[in-house]
Design a protein around this ligand. Structure first.
Ligand SMILES: [Zn+2]
Ligand SMILES: [Zn+2]
Length: 278
């Protein structure tokens, strides 16, 4: 066993999950995990997401009495600065219309660090979930080359943002655009992201999604584990994230085989220690 903690999961406080904190504590006991980090989503700076996060952080911190090894985190996703500003002005996403060309828009995250700390959140996963340079209903939104370039832009931005503790599920893609052969992504992009993460003292996540996805080929799974190994060898620490939403069933068991094949040994997968927690 080389995975001893899990820093990415969603609780019932999240709009898209039903895990209870009791499920999480039971999962930790069952699999012998030392730490469990709950990272409910903040996609936008609107009231709905702020209320969810408040509930998440409050319940996780209260649960420490029962299970001291639970940690409150958050999963932040890059959004367009223009949309962030609109929501900041109106309190809601309702009525927001993206500008015709979004190519050069700035990027933001749904919460300031001060706000996260005030709520009792102790770390943030920063993870890209969709393109910001085109809208999702644009047919070009799933163009391979443009998608790679946009994911690279978003991930480089996250690797340099001071709120991000862990770069979450690098190169995740809802359509699995490069899940057949990961080598379609230029190697230099991985090196740039790794250099930025290392420079800024950030972690990279090994997310179980890639190893569970039925869109991903065996070849891809091995390539992905090797990609994580290369970052690790460059000095970027790797954390594990099950990204559990509904049940806690030990997604790491499958992941470990790929990590071992890529050269990971016991002691190589990191925990977030007190020095990096807020
Ligand atoms: Zn995610
Ligand atoms: Zn997640």
């Amino acid at each position: 066993m080389i995975i001893h903690s899990d820093w990415h999961m969603h609780s019932e406080a999240s709009y898209d999950a039903s895990l209870t904190l009791d499920d999480i504590a039971a999962g930790a006991a069952r699999f012998g995990f030392r730490k469990m980090g709950v990272t409910d989503h903040v996609n936008f700076n609107d009231r709905k997401f702020m209320a969810n996060l408040e509930k998440s952080a409050e319940s996780v911190n209260a649960y420490k009495k029962k299970f001291p090894d639970i940690v409150s985190g958050v999963e932040l996703t890059p959004i367009a600065k223009a949309e962030f500003d609109y929501i900041a002005g109106t309190g809601t996403r309702d009525g927001y219309i993206p500008a015709g060309s979004m190519k050069n828009d700035g990027i933001e995250l749904g919460s300031t660090k001060e706000n996260l700390i005030r709520l009792g959140v102790q770390y943030a996963i920063g993870a890209a979930h969709w393109r910001l340079d085109v809208t999702n209903d644009d047919p070009s939104a799933f163009d391979l080359r443009d998608s790679i370039n946009e994911w690279y832009r978003l991930q480089m931005w996250l690797a340099n943002d001071e709120r991000v503790t862990i770069l979450g599920h690098p190169w995740w893609n809802s359509k699995g655009l490069w899940y057949e052969d990961f080598s379609v992504i230029p190697h230099s992009m991985h090196m740039d992201i790794a250099a930025a993460l290392k420079e800024n003292g950030k972690y990279v996540e090994c997310n179980s999604h890639f190893f569970r996805s039925n869109k991903a080929t065996e070849k891809f799974k091995h390539q992905y584990a090797e990609f994580l190994r290369e970052l690790f060898e460059m000095g970027v620490p790797v954390t594990f994230g099950s990204d559990s939403h509904f049940e806690y069933v030990g997604y790491h068991l499958k992941v470990e085989d790929y990590l071992l094949a890529a050269g990971f040994k016991d002691g190589d997968i990191s925990e977030l220690d007190e020095r990096v927690l807020w």
